[in-house]
Design a protein around this ligand. Structure first.
Ligand code: ADP
Length: 447
């Protein structure tokens, strides 16, 4: 509406200026004609005397040469010695037209009584005290200006209507994406998380905003979904040990008369609470990493040294399953890392390798490096991971179908990825079901 008002104002201003310029230039032209005539008569009177002028005026009058003009010559004693009126003014008494004797060279206006016709008259003093007035009707000029107004209305009205309609259309189009946006926000607010703003495909800034907004909504929806699943899984994972804990306590209370039974029950309780606190600690670690809050205690350490420690840790478990762990170090690999976190990450990978490799299997740990990274490969010839599960193995609480028979919380690899990424590193996996799995940890040298 504001733009419409501005538009109407501008158009009106434009026409008013045009009207004013046209009207003043027409007036100037009319005055020039009258002044030319009065100069001509004044010169004649000065050269040939008043009689010659009166004679000339009478001749011109009879020849209808003064038809559009008012001409009057006034005697110094105020009697009119010659007067003629324009044709349209014939019925008007010339005596009513003001003499304006004092207005030498100035303009006098006289309006026809009961009509809006107007005479514009100027006067000059002649020699011997005579006064000459010449004027003309401004009707032609007024007609022209009236026609100009008519044409302006004919042009201006459609321009205004078109302008207003165009303005309304443009503002409606410009506001539609915003209205869609508002509606979508309201829908999301009411819990409809899958509501999206329809794309306008215009390629403008609003379209970009729509795409960004939809992208953000999709991300939020995925996050909420992930949080719900995690919460469900955590609840499920905590409920089992908690139920077992209560079961053990109740059973011990009912039947445990001897010290040995009570002792065993207490040990079971300690084990279950250990499980619960491991889940909770791991989840806390994960959210710390995800929130970017994890403080790494970096030190210069030899990665080969950490590998040896981890392998040593698992040698006993591997031996029990007759699994061989082969280590081939290239050379010392000094990196600036958090010793404990890297050790835990490698331990989790090796733990899985031992867990998911059947008896008499083989595990190989190799190291290598590129210009930018240290590489640690941990390869087993175990059960492998199915292609459909591969993208999810690093998700929190995800456990493969074939792994359910083994102990585990589904948090090991999420921790691995979180710790490695906190070091700006990468973890890669390559696996073939039935043939084995190879994890590669890449740690940047300039960390
Ligand atoms: P889990 O506690 O189940 O071991 P992880 O997060 O450590 O949880 O691993 C997630 C899943 O990835 C496992 O359940 C398993 O299906 C699969 N996985 C991990 N490492 C291996 C491996 N070396 N061989 C086969 N499957 C593996």
């Amino acid at each position: 509406m504001l733009y419409a008002v501005l538009f109407i104002f501008s158009v009106s201003l434009l026409f008013s200026i045009a009207y004013f310029l046209l009207s003043s230039s027409l007036e100037r032209r009319d005055h020039q004609v009258i002044e030319h005539k009065i100069s001509e008569y004044t010169l004649m009177e000065r050269n040939n005397g008043i009689k010659a002028l009166l004679h000339e005026l009478r001749i011109e009058d009879t020849h209808n040469e003064l038809i559009g003009f008012f001409v009057r010559v006034v005697h110094p004693g105020h009697q009119t010695v010659f007067v003629t009126m324009p044709r349209e003014w014939k019925g008007v008494n010339p005596g009513q037209v003001p003499l304006g004797l004092h207005k030498n060279g100035q303009w006098v206006r006289y309006e026809k009584p009961g009509d809006d016709d107007r005479l514009e008259i100027t006067g000059r003093r002649l020699s011997n005290g005579y006064f000459l007035q010449v004027g003309a009707d401004s009707e032609v000029r007024e007609d022209l200006l009236e026609r100009f107004l008519g044409i302006s209305a004919v042009i201006g009205l459609p321009v205004l209507v078109l302008g207003l309609a165009g303005g309304l259309f443009v503002s409606f189009r410009a506001l539609r994406p915003l209205k869609d946006l508002i509606q979508t926000i309201k829908n999301v607010d009411m819990g409809q998380m899958d509501a999206r703003v329809p794309p306008s495909q215009t390629g403008d800034e609003l379209d970009e905003l729509t795409a960004l907004f939809n992208g953000m909504l999709a991300k939020i929806q995925a996050l909420i979904q992930g949080m719900r699943e995690t919460l469900d899984n955590v609840a499920h994972d905590l409920r089992t040990p908690a139920t077992r804990l209560r079961g053990t306590v109740e059973l011990a209370l009912e039947t445990g008369i001897d010290v040995q039974t009570l002792r065993e029950a207490l040990m079971d309780c300690a084990e279950e609470s250990e499980r619960i606190s491991t889940v909770l600690n791991t989840l806390m670690d994960l959210s710390e990493v995800e929130a970017g809050m994890m403080q790494l205690e970096r030190k210069e350490v030899d990665l080969a040294e950490i590998i040896s420690q981890v392998v040593e840790l698992y040698e006993y478990v591997a031996e029990e399953k007759a699994i061989s762990i082969e280590v081939s170090h290239q050379q010392k690999m000094f990196a600036h890392v958090d010793h404990n976190r890297i050790r835990q990450a490698l331990a989790n990978i090796l733990d899985n390798a031992v867990k998911y490799t059947p008896e008499k299997g083989q595990i190989r740990v190799e190291t290598g490096q590129t210009d930018r990274e240290f590489l640690i490969h941990i390869q087993d010839n175990g059960i492998g991971i199915h292609g459909s599960e591969l993208p999810r193995i690093f998700d929190r609480l995800f456990r493969g179908d074939k792994s359910r028979s083994q102990r585990g919380l589904g948090l090991g690899l999420s921790i691995v990825r979180a710790f490695i990424e906190a070091h700006n590193g990468r973890i890669l996996v390559d696996s073939h079901p039935g043939r084995g799995t190879r994890f590669t940890v890449c740690l940047p040298k300039d960390a």
